[in-house]
Design a protein around this ligand. Structure first.
Ligand SMILES: Cc1cc2nc3c(=O)[nH]c(=O)nc-3n(C[C@H](O)[C@H](O)[C@H](O)COP(=O)(O)OP(=O)(O)OC[C@H]3O[C@@H](n4cnc5c(N)ncnc54)[C@H](O)[C@@H]3O)c2cc1C
Length: 378
């Protein structure tokens, strides 16, 4: 790939003012997202306009590296933006992660052609899309085989295979994923897949327990042509090490949002049920303490997403595991504290319980994180 990494014009985060971005995100969540949360949850409404508004407000660009070498980036605001949305609706918080992570892939690519084609439009939300990295992430940690194969053809690759779940998709959406080169199984290439390309088809997934509004599709590739201009990294190895901490850390916003809301839901029933709820194992104060510790660790780790040390990576993986486990624990506690009023369909508590499990099963899932930690030697 062309190795010169001149920057594509993305409005600098500083220019937008990161506090201003968060204020705008809060406003959009209040005025545009809150009224449709139940529609998203119960009817699978995809919040396209909300996603575009969040992009226009700068939510998908504050984390992007402003200079390629030595690369530096701060993920704090992007994580907080997704936490604010997730506090109201996990589907939207997850969709923000999809979009921000796609921008992260592009900003860290050394292929000028793919950056100039997509980066600024993904960063401002005018081009929507996501990431199909679950299967590759599981492959790289010895859990699955790569599902996509690419054959070298003039000017690019012909790709075939299928991915079972990719979110934030539509007929005009794009996403980053990985194929294995035919005849060279150890060579993996990461690229931008375009749902509008001949040979690429998307099919809606069967209904989920929650997160149905996330435009999640299975994607089939039938000798779809991927030009060199859409390659993010060939081969993927060094690039993957560069992007992996950002990929994982950006997910923590989803957990923070769910946990904050569950603590709030527990506190709301304290005046009427506190006399009996005090016998439950998990109290809102306990969860608030764990939350504060996680927030401090996120703030520290989000400043250096390119730290190559094994010790840093271990902290990232440990944190991500705790975020998933605490999200489930907080939603479980919110249900026990709320009792029957949390168990009716109209209750936000039952939605939080269904949503929280997603934080723990989306790749890297709890079981994968535990495997990764068990195999680390630092
Ligand atoms: C709502 C939703 C949105 C998602 N969005 C994305 C996304 O945007 N990008 C992305 O890369 N991944 C996405 N995923 C996948 C997700 O990240 C995980 O990979 C998935 O939840 C399973 O991970 P796991 O490690 O628990 O694997 P496991 O569930 O233990 O095993 C996964 C493997 O089992 C098989 N399998 C499991 N369930 C089924 C089934 N119902 N039908 C057929 N085969 C099955 C498949 O071979 C699959 O690869 C999404 C999943 C869900 C539920």
């Amino acid at each position: 790939m062309g190795a010169s990494a001149s920057m594509v014009a993305v409005p600098a985060a500083e220019a937008c003012g990161e506090a201003g971005v968060l204020e705008a995100v809060r406003g959009i969540v209040r005025s545009q997202l809150a009224p449709i949360v139940n529609d998203i949850d119960q009817n699978g409404l995809y919040p396209r306009d909300v996603l575009r508004a969040l992009g226009a407000a700068g939510a998908y660009r504050t984390h992007l590296p402003l200079k390629p070498a030595p690369a530096a980036a701060n993920l704090t605001t992007a994580i907080e933006a997704s936490a604010i949305a997730s506090q109201s609706c996990l589907s939207t918080g997850f969709l923000m992660w999809c979009q921000s992570t796609l921008a992260w892939y592009l900003a860290n690519s050394e292929n000028d052609a793919v950056r100039s084609r997509y980066l600024s439009r993904v960063a401002d939300g005018s081009q929507l899309g996501g990431t199909g990295l679950s299967n590759p992430m599981k492959t790289f940690f010895g859990i699955e085989q790569l599902k996509l194969k690419g054959k070298r053809v003039p000017g690019g690759y012909a790709v075939r295979g299928a991915l079972p779940w990719v979110s934030n998709l539509g007929p005009d959406h794009v996403f980053g994923t990985v194929f294995e080169v035919e005849g060279e199984p150890s060579r993996r290439v990461m690229f931008i897949a375009d749902c509008a390309t001949d040979g690429v088809s998307i099919q809606a997934c069967p209904g989920f327990v929650a997160l149905d509004g996330t435009a999640t599709y299975s994607v089939q590739f039938r000798d779809a042509f991927v030009p060199d201009a859409k390659v993010l990294s060939d081969p993927v190895d060094g690039y993957l090490k560069k992007i992996r901490a950002g990929f994982v850390l950006l997910q923590t916003g989803m957990g923070l949002g769910v946990i904050r809301d569950c603590i709030d839901l527990m506190r709301r029933v304290q005046p009427s049920l506190g006399h009996i709820n005090k016998f439950l194992d998990d109290q809102p104060e306990d969860l608030a303490e764990t939350l504060a510790a996680m927030e401090a660790e996120i703030t520290a780790l989000a400043l250096t997403p390119f730290d190559p040390s094994p010790q840093y990576w271990r902290r990232v993986v440990t944190l991500r595991l705790l975020v998933g486990e605490t999200a489930v624990r907080a939603a479980h506690a919110a249900m026990l504290h709320s009792g029957a009023r949390g168990y009716v369909m109209a209750s936000r508590v039952q939605r939080r319980l269904r949503e929280a499990y997603f934080v723990a099963i989306v790749t890297p899932a709890t079981k994968q994180l535990k495997k990764m930690l068990a195999e680390m030697n630092c």
